[in-house]
Design a protein around this ligand. Structure first.
Ligand SMILES: [Zn+2]
Length: 81
């Protein structure tokens, strides 16, 4: 199953396994807030109010953030199943 990335207005970026035939996610599974689908991993990710100066630095920060988000998603999945 493909992994999609979404951004919740409350929870931030998270990843979700979705069937390719499934409807696009519109609500956050955690808080029910509005989410938007991110186009593609690591491409043109814009952080609101970011103070990043270089593309390299931003992408490094993004990878760190991505790891954190991944473990958070895993935790919540384990807890809810
Ligand atoms: Zn949320």
């Amino acid at each position: 199953m493909p992994v999609y990335e979404y951004e919740c207005e409350h929870c931030g970026v998270f990843e979700l396994y979705r069937s390719i035939t499934a409807e696009p996610l519109r609500q956050c599974p955690k808080c029910g807030g509005q989410v938007r689908k991110l186009i593609s991993r690591g491409v043109s990710v814009i952080f609101k109010g970011s103070g990043f100066h270089t593309t390299d630095y931003r992408s490094e920060e993004y990878r760190k953030k991505e790891k954190e988000e991944k473990s958070q998603v895993k935790d919540s999945t384990a807890a809810s199943s």
